[in-house]
Unconditional design. Structure first.
Lengths: 76, 139
């Protein structure tokens, strides 16, 4: 496999290969799914947003961990 | 004649120079790795910080509650989340960042200068915030 899959710009990991883009798209798709799921169960807008932001932070944390582990270049 | 030639050769001989120092590569790699680690740590710290902010908001708008009482309430209702984000995660982040700073300190020849602090200030910030979260959780 060709590493690195991501390159870091500031606090964000930007995909640089197709595998990286696939991971980003999967993360975004899961965020959309979780928004729909949370919205169907919540009682107000603030309830939806608070739970959705929490879920986004967890998705961002897991995404950054995957991006970090796949961005390491092996030293010769 | 031969001795003269040899002396001439010696004077013309250049010192061997290594343009790319291996140690320099290792140090720059360690600093880049430390920055990446601090970014990942920051993302993982955002979750407990967000929960803390929500609990602060709750204690502000709900009379008779404090941040600590809300924290205990969360701990009793969501045991797994509170242990994972307020105990395990900050502890792991502190250990990872301390080891990273130690490695850079060792590779850069144990400097006592501001340039070293400039390289690792974000890791130090992560350690401080993690310690703060641990203290809040232990109260």
């Amino acid at each position: 496999m060709n590493f690195p899959w991501f390159k870091r710009i500031g606090i964000f990991f930007i995909p640089s290969t197709i595998a990286g883009w696939l991971i980003l798209i999967a993360g975004l798709a899961f965020a959309v799914y979780s928004f729909i799921d949370i919205d169907s169960r919540s009682h107000s807008v603030s309830d939806t947003l608070m739970n959705f932001v929490f879920m986004c932070l967890i998705i961002g944390a897991v995404y950054s961990l995957i991006a970090f582990t796949t961005s390491r270049v092996k030293r010769k | 004649m031969e001795t003269q030639n040899f002396e001439k050769q010696l004077t013309e001989m250049e010192k061997p120079e290594i343009h790319n120092l291996k140690h320099e590569d290792i140090l720059s790699g360690a600093i880049i790795n430390a920055k990446d680690k601090s970014v990942v740590s920051w993302w993982w710290l955002c979750v407990p910080i967000f929960i803390l902010l929500m609990l602060m908001m709750k204690s502000t708008f709900m009379p008779g509650t404090t941040l600590i009482s809300n924290m205990h309430d969360l701990e009793s209702k969501q045991k797994l989340i509170s242990v994972a984000f307020f105990l395990v995660s900050p502890l792991i982040l502190i250990i990872i960042n301390v080891l990273t700073i130690r490695k850079i300190h060792f590779l850069s020849g144990s400097p006592k200068s501001l340039s070293f602090l400039e390289a690792v200030w974000f890791n130090i910030l992560i350690i401080a915030v993690s310690a703060f979260i641990l203290i809040i959780y232990s109260l």
